[in-house]
Ligand binder design. Structure first.
Ligand SMILES: Nc1nc2c(ncn2[C@@H]2O[C@H](COP(=O)(O)OP(=O)(O)OP(=O)(O)O)[C@@H](O)[C@H]2O)c(=O)[nH]1
Length: 539
């Protein structure tokens, strides 16, 4: 206490952590001195605000003890439940050890000797440095004796006593002795029990621990009574009774009253016997009430905790279902996105494929319709287009002219300059012809070096000028640089719907006839199927 006062004086210089520890010590002191209400308040402050988990754990362990002492069983078991939950997080052996010891003791009081034994056995694995198995053995024997699961000859008793004495824990060594006495009494070994109780009686008295003294004396009185030593039994029983009535019921007090009652009865003092019997009954009832209240409280808290866990599990399950649902939704969104992406890729592929197909179709169509060398219509397509145009002109009542053009002495050009050169001349002749054609004119290669040109909206009156222009242009290619002055010319035969009508065959025949005449007339000239245009020799 003095130490605590000194520490209080130095509080101003303490760290926050040190102040919390000081508070804990005050709580512990209040508890020891019987001011349990103050102790409980201090421990609860620590539990609510202290940041140090270790100190909170210790405060809870001591709080459990205070609550139990003041018979606040339900809060005590609630704290015990929390203590057990916090236990796995506590690694400091001394703190764990303390917690396990408190928990084991409380469970033993609640009649849960199995659980108490389990926790006591855990204590053996957490012996703090510098400590022996003493306290662990006390807790274990407490549980085993209560459950009558240990024989009086078990070496655990002497081992425990030895360990406690080594630690200078005389009170704890005597606690083991009284546990041993319980075991001896249960086996009917009264003489040995008595011997032990008498031998250490003064030592126990010297400890000054009132509750334990009552326990020892009443056990001694009971043993004396059972061995027929009535007077001594009565003496120890009444000596053991507390000087002022205890707030807390104790089995030891009931035991002492019972001895006194039995001795009085034995002596035939029925009035005294009756008085002791009443007290005995009252103490026994209080003891039993306390025991069953404790046990009931334990069961109630267990159910409460189980219900909470079920609720928690339920909400956890609900949460998990919700989470799964959300995960599923996310997956569904991802899947639809994937499908959309796949669809887009598929559509793009199909689109691309269609585009390529149409391109190759167009290429194919172009190849099918056009001449590979000059790029103008081939004969078949020229005929098709010409027929379409003739039909249309016939419907509209307009006139067309057909020019058949054939390069002169082309064989000679080929023979003299090579086939490749001949190709060049063919392409050049076509190219220059384009300069004189309109958008709707139809131009095709009918074969070899022979070409057809169909001119819509054209009459015999204006065709000659256009045909002549074409002839002149071709003749002028002779002067081109790359034709190296080779004589190039063309003959043209012209036919018109005005004479031939709208039948292509007839028109072609007329034009062919005119062409023949142009060739026969000396080449490099234009001949109408009716009138031969002026002959003009190639320059
Ligand atoms: N270089 C080349 N020559 C071709 C092509 N197609 C046909 N020819 C040639 O053109 C020549 C046509 O000769 P001919 O029918 O005798 O007529 P020509 O020599 O022009 O005489 P005329 O028509 O009477 O003036 C042949 O020698 C064919 O081999 C071609 O695509 N390229």
């Amino acid at each position: 206490m003095r130490l605590l006062r000194t520490m209080d004086a130095g509080q101003a210089a303490m760290t926050a952590d040190q102040r919390w520890h000081l508070k804990y010590l005050h709580g512990w002191q209040d508890d020891y001195q019987g001011d349990h209400a103050s102790a409980v308040t201090l421990f609860r402050q620590i539990l609510a605000q202290c940041p140090d988990a270790k100190l909170r754990f210790r405060a809870r362990a001591t709080l459990i003890n205070s609550l139990n002492t003041t018979r606040q069983f339900e809060p005590a078991y609630r704290e015990l439940d929390q203590l057990m939950r916090d236990l796995p997080g506590i690694t400091d052996p001394a703190v764990r050890y303390q917690g396990l010891a408190e928990a084991s003791m409380l469970l033993n009081l609640a009649g849960q000797s199995d659980l108490a034994e389990q926790l006591a056995r855990q204590m053996f694995q957490t012996i703090p440095p510098g400590q022996s198995i003493c306290l662990a053995q006390v807790r274990l024997l407490d549980a085993l004796v209560l459950a009558a699961r240990i024989k009086a000859d078990d070496p655990a008793f002497p081992q425990g006593i030895e360990a406690c004495l080594k630690d200078h824990q005389v009170l704890l060594s005597d606690l083991i002795r009284i546990q041993h006495v319980d075991a001896l009494v249960r086996e009917g070994r009264m003489v040995e029990a008595l011997h032990q109780l008498l031998t250490f009686h003064d030592e126990v008295l010297g400890l000054g621990y009132a509750q334990f003294t009552v326990d020892w004396d009443s056990t001694l009185a009971s043993a004396l009574y059972r061995t027929g030593r009535y007077a001594e039994a009565a003496r120890y029983a009444s000596e053991g009774l507390p000087k002022r009535p205890w707030e807390n019921p104790s089995g030891a007090i009931a035991k002492a009253y019972r001895v006194l009652y039995r001795v009085a009865k034995q002596q035939g003092d029925m009035a005294t016997a009756l008085a002791w019997h009443e007290k005995y009954m009252d103490a026994e009832k209080r003891q039993l009430d306390a025991a069953s209240a404790s046990s009931l409280a334990y069961q109630r808290v267990r159910q409460e905790v189980a219900a909470k866990e079920r609720e928690l599990k339920g909400s956890t399950d609900e949460n998990r279902i919700l989470q799964l649902q959300q995960a599923l939704d996310r997956k569904a969104v991802e899947t639809s996105r994937l499908y959309i992406a796949l669809l887009i890729v598929a559509l793009a592929s199909v689109g691309f494929w269609l585009f390529r197909l149409s391109r190759s179709h167009q290429r194919y169509m172009r190849m099918a319709r056009h001449d590979g060398l000059t790029g103008i219509f081939n004969r078949q397509h020229f005929v098709e287009q010409a027929e379409r145009m003739l039909a249309s002109a016939q419907r509209e009542g307009s006139h067309l002219c057909l020019l058949l053009m054939d390069l002169d002495h082309f064989k000679l050009i080929n023979d003299a300059h090579g086939h490749g050169f001949g190709d060049l001349v063919l392409k050049r002749a076509v190219a220059v012809c384009h300069d004189h054609l309109r958008k709707n004119d139809i131009f095709g290669r009918l074969g070899g070096e022979e070409f057809g040109i169909l001119l819509p909206d054209c009459t015999l009156a204006n065709v000659s000028a256009r045909a002549e222009a074409i002839r002149i242009t071709i003749a002028e290619t002779s002067d081109d640089e790359d034709t190296r002055g080779v004589m190039i010319s063309a003959s043209l035969g012209v036919a018109s719907t005005e004479h031939a009508g709208y039948d292509l065959q007839q028109l072609m025949a007329d034009a062919d006839h005119a062409l023949y005449r142009a060739k026969r007339g000396g080449r490099n000239r234009v001949v109408l199927d009716v009138v031969e245009l002026g002959e003009r020799a190639a320059s």
